[in-house]
Design a protein around this ligand. Structure first.
Ligand code: ADP
Ligand code: MG
Length: 352
């Protein structure tokens, strides 16, 4: 069963609750975990700087990297390819994708490795020459792709992915509602922390391999927290399933749509706040309605039976009030349409 939650705004913003329990669970989340890339950020990384080791040419770094990345469809690979347009790429063989780390391939008789610090450490690449540069770039919130051959680092490619315009306002709104916000990413700690700080996020779970994202959600649940997870389904589908409420953003992948409890059709993280506001308003309505329905039945029915003698109402009136309670419940439910939720972070209003 899927419910397009009924207010004009929910439908207009494309917020789809796939089942009723998701609607209820969304009202009680302690923490919402956001995937970084493509959720909090645009997911359209761009190369901003190329650093070459001594005696190495910047174009050589870029050419080698772009050559290897021909084998990959990772967004970082695409950024590197774009930057290398106009350069003549070499032939590559033996391409291997190293998930959550980078890639490896043979180029011109050399084994070229490219990726994050974890990969370089695992392969015992000597990073000393460019360590300080790498740290400088990461502290600025950029993702550093190391390019290495023959056991030494040849250069670094710094890549930036801008935050989505509503991410910071969303974080503020969550905090105002007493909900903790965390960032989850396969990117390194320093880069993730810098981006998180800019958005007002205090909790950063970084350096997480794609296969470990669901475990990290489980660990939060083991602390007794009710966890929401927001992602685009690119390597985070198991985490969406593990969370108490999984929210797929951007209607990106079919996996995300299938794995999630709530689908947000647009790529706007602010819709997470709107979805939670909607769920709270809907549940409040249901409780009010339960009150009215019970009140009529508890008061009118016994009154007709003479329980409150000498105050007696005729069975006809009691019967009428019974339908009165149904009408009231229906009218109250319809009033949900009027619930004011802010349509955008800058119109000053706040979700219920
Ligand atoms: P995310 O959690 O941000 O979606 P991934 O798990 O896809 O990240 O990748 C984690 C990290 O591994 C990236 O930040 C990058 O440093 C490295 N990486 C993965 N694939 C590649 C690639 N094709 N080229 C360069 N670096 C890569
Ligand atoms: Mg991702």
């Amino acid at each position: 069963m899927a419910v397009m939650v009924g207010t004009g705004l929910g439908a207009q913003r494309g917020i789809l609750f796939k089942n009723a329990s998701a609607l209820e669970d969304a009202t009680r989340l302690d923490i919402v975990v956001f995937d970084k890339t493509g959720t909090l950020t645009m997911g359209q990384p761009d190369v901003v700087e190329v650093v070459a080791a001594a005696d190495v040419d910047e174009d050589e770094v870029l050419t080698l990297a772009a050559t290897v990345e021909q084998g990959s469809d990772h967004p970082l690979a695409q950024a590197i390819q774009r930057r290398a347009e106009g350069l003549t790429l070499e032939a590559l063989s033996g391409f291997v994708n190293l998930e959550g780390r980078g890639a490896r391939a043979e180029v011109g008789g050399r084994t070229v490795l490219l990726g994050n610090r974890r990969l370089m450490d695992e392969e015992r690449v000597d990073l000393a020459a460019l360590l300080e540069e790498a740290e400088r770039l990461q502290a600025a919130g950029q993702t550093v792709v190391h390019v290495a051959a023959g056991g030494t680092v040849l250069g670094l490619i710094a890549i930036a992915d801008a935050p989505r315009p509503t991410s910071a306002a969303m974080v503020q709104g969550m905090k105002a509602r007493g909900i903790e916000v965390a960032m989850l990413t396969g990117d390194n700690q320093a880069t993730a922390e810098r981006i998180a700080r800019g958005l007002g996020i205090d909790t950063v779970i970084a350096d997480v391999l794609p296969g470990q994202k669901a475990e990290r959600i489980k660990a939060l649940q083991a602390q007794g927290k009710r966890v929401g997870m927001v992602g685009d389904g690119v390597n985070d589908a198991p985490a969406l399933v593990q969370a108490d409420v999984g929210l797929a953003i951007g209607a990106g992948t079919d996996v995300a749509m299938d794995s999630a409890d709530v689908v947000l059709m647009r790529s706007d993280p602010y819709d997470v706040l709107v979805a939670i506001g909607l769920s709270r308003a809907t549940l409040r309505k249901m409780h009010q309605n339960l009150f009215w329905a019970v009140a009529y039945n508890v008061v009118a029915f016994p009154a007709a039976a003479g329980v409150f003698y000498p105050l007696v109402i005729s069975p006809e009136v009691a019967a009428l009030s019974m339908s009165g309670s149904s009408a009231l419940v229906a009218i109250n439910a319809l009033l949900l349409k009027r619930t004011r939720l802010d349509a955008s972070p800058d119109d000053g209003a706040t979700p219920a």
